[in-house]
Design a protein around this ligand. Sequence first.
Ligand code: 3NM
Ligand code: MG
Length: 514
Amino acid sequence: MAPLAVDYSLYLVTDSTPPILGGKDLVAVVKAAVEGGATIVQYRDKTSDTAELVQIAKELHKVTQAVGVPLLINDRVDVALAAGVEGVHVGQDDIDLKTARKLLGPDAIIGVTANSLDEALEAARDGADYLGLGTVYATATKENTKSIIGTAGVQMILTELAKAGLDVKTVCIGGVNASNAQRILYQGSAPQKKLDGVAVVSAIMASNDPKQAAAQLRKLVSEPPPFATATSAPPLSRADIVARAPSIVKRLAEQKPLCHNMTNLVVQNFAANVALAVGSSPIMSTNGLEAGDLAALGGSLVINMGTTTPDMRSNHLLALAAYNAVGGPVLFDPVGAGATQQRRAGVKALMSGGYFDIIKGNEGEIRTVAGAQGVQQHGVDSGASQLSLAAKIALVSATAARERNIVLMTGRTDVISDGERTFAISNGHAYLGEITGSGCTLGTTVASVVAAEREDKLLAAVVGVLMYEIAAERAAARADVKGPGTFVPAFIDELFRIRQESVSGDGSWAQAAK
Ligand code: 3NM
Ligand code: MG
């Protein structure tokens, strides 16, 4: 048994190599880090001789003991014993856990690196006090890291540990820094079992101000990210949605929030017109450098990959970070996600680079998103051409639960879920499939509504879909609409009319919800 109440929230792993430590003094950096807020330290040194390891470990121990922070030694049980520290951390190729426990006794803290579910289950069953789960994201700090498991892989391991009733502590490691620590804790945690902390090397060791870096990280890991959904979702019935939709559309019209679109060249004009019609204030900016100023205005962001070039990715990532930092809702439209290697790579880079409140796409796009992180395919094999409604529902809800966001799969029947609540919507009209940009501008519409209704983002997204598709039905039914060409202006008119009706208190349009 480890000493009571070890705080794993900010776990520092040291690195003495010049690329990370630079010219700084190791002991001074660790002192600064624990004073700044690191809650546990692992001395990891793959090169020093044993006498030196023991000597440095003793010096580090003085520093950590002064602030009541446990010190562990990477791999070397002999060094841990010689220096009298609190425990060890062992990798899969190091001394085995049971032997380490025998040598160090029941009170030592012993942690194990786990790159896979099997490794995690085994270490937990064998009595590890904590697991270091990873590699979360690719990192230059450690050579030969095994598989990159992403937040999805971390979450999957936590889910299985909980199912097996194993209450081992967990931290995750690999590419964690101040820009992603909160999101990794949020998306990496499972409903049944939360991560206990993050482990970092370079985010503190390579910093010019390790005390400040540790303090910043500690503050970040102690609070949920700005985009976190506060409470567990309230139940939502069709009747609730029909009753509340008009007032949400009214609020959108009254607030006129900014809807920032980083969208493709084909639909810029159409998307701006749709935003105006539904009641938001569009800005079509692909310049990531101005995203911080725009995010501060309190609206939402659409990132649409439709005509993305490689140089656009950094703009998308900048904007994503800016909106994530203030909790501004971000909708991702992974257009053609599965079509090319470039696009698959783009999906992966964006999804591991920030948080999307909503991911909207067609069947092929959502299937690509679901498998993009390569961990679990949720039973979807790549050969299948068409999913049944039941399979769509299973895929959409599992992906939303995994990403802890909202996933909207469009189609003849749209499927939308936040992982707990799932709806199938069958409004719309075939003309939407005969014009360009109908999927993209649905994204703009949903993002506009979510900007005005953040309390329940799933409700907002459903209202956006209904507004959009009921407007399409109304437009297609008009006598002056003869085909796709006359449909487009009529459709914009009908979006506008639904907004006007909602503002004037006539909410009957929402009763067409199917
Ligand atoms: N172990 P940084 S990744 C020490 O995946 C270590 O087991 C890893 O460094 C694993 O925080 C890693 O600089 C290095 O990305 C993490
Ligand atoms: Mg090791």
